[in-house]
Design a protein around this ligand. Sequence first.
Ligand SMILES: *Cc1c(COP(=O)(O)O)cnc(C)c1O
Length: 407
Amino acid sequence: MNYEAALDASLQRLHDEGRYRTFIDIVRKKGHFPQAVWRRPDGTERDITVWCGNDYLGMGQHPKVLAAMHEALDATGAGSGGTRNISGTTVYHKQLEAELADLHGKEAALVFSSAYIANDATLSTLRSIFPGLIIYSDALNHASMIEGVRRGGGAKRIFRHNDVAHLRELLAADDPAAPKLIAFESIYSMDGDFGPIREICDLAKEFNALTYIDEVHAVGMYGPRGAGVAERDGQMHRIDIINATLAKAYGVFGGYIAASARMVDAIRSYAPGFIFTTSLPPAVAAGAAASVRELKTAQHLRDAQQLHARILKTRLKALGLPIIDHGSHIVPVHVGDPVHCKMLSDMLLDQYGIYVQPINFPTVPRGTERLRFTPSPVHDPKQIDNLIRAMDALWRHCALNRAEVSA
Ligand SMILES: *Cc1c(COP(=O)(O)O)cnc(C)c1O
């Protein structure tokens, strides 16, 4: 085996398909979000505005979050020093889990290294807890859920995205006695559309299935206490397992599930992805807990985010740009081919100091390439103005279509 040649060939395949990823090197400026400094490959620097971050509410620079992290860092040092089972459970982890259980109105919560790990570890482990479990998974579920469902082995059914009639057909076709679980998301981040939570819970009740929701793009931002779309829609008590992240709207790091005490105890006891890995650094757990606590009451931030998203959508629509609008905080602008999408992104960054990463295949289907903006309370009217002017000029420059695409 020529290992070097195999590495070259695998990378070349990505280059040939236009799928090779290059990372933009940025340093965010605390106290000045969404401003950051971009370091070009040649070492020169430029001030930029970040328009594609997932720190949706700017909590990554919130004074209470930073104070909690400093306090824990100074009190306990850098890392936790162990797995949860072997010397790595601290008061900070327990407090964070209590904060999350309270947030979701569940008996318990369990913190993982990330929401990716939480999805993968939980979904792949449920099969050993419920022998013969059939998992019904939305076709557009996140890679971490797909991976968990796949790794668990066992039966799976993929239902067409948000298609509850198709889901019903699949449920009805299976043995009524078989254990079942429906896995879906509350907000799908590429289109910014909502999952049909109520309808799926109705089906789960009818077919005696468990429900598993990924609220990664909703926690902190929806619901009166920021518990997500299920909270907003009065459905949270009907969901068996809620998954989310501490790294997006909460602005820190880590992931979790919230569920019944029994469910959490079983996952805690059986999931290798929870058991055999070092727990979060105490400072990270402390910062995340402070952020969750703060956003239980910070309705003004949720309101400001929704307002800025509406302003941005209204102004892009007024220019005739084809935005995809499902009423969430995510603002995708449809470009429709990978070359233009990359070119627009490069020109925005280089000429206007606006950073928005192009979203190309395989993250989205070919022909639906897009720029995906994530307005936040920290984007001010001047930054919105700059973005609007830049998009107008570049759309004209590239002679792109201004026909509306329907959502
Ligand atoms: C980002 C994301 C995750 C993973 O969250 P991390 O905490 O960053 O690992 C899971 N699900 C969805 C839908 C996501 O977009």
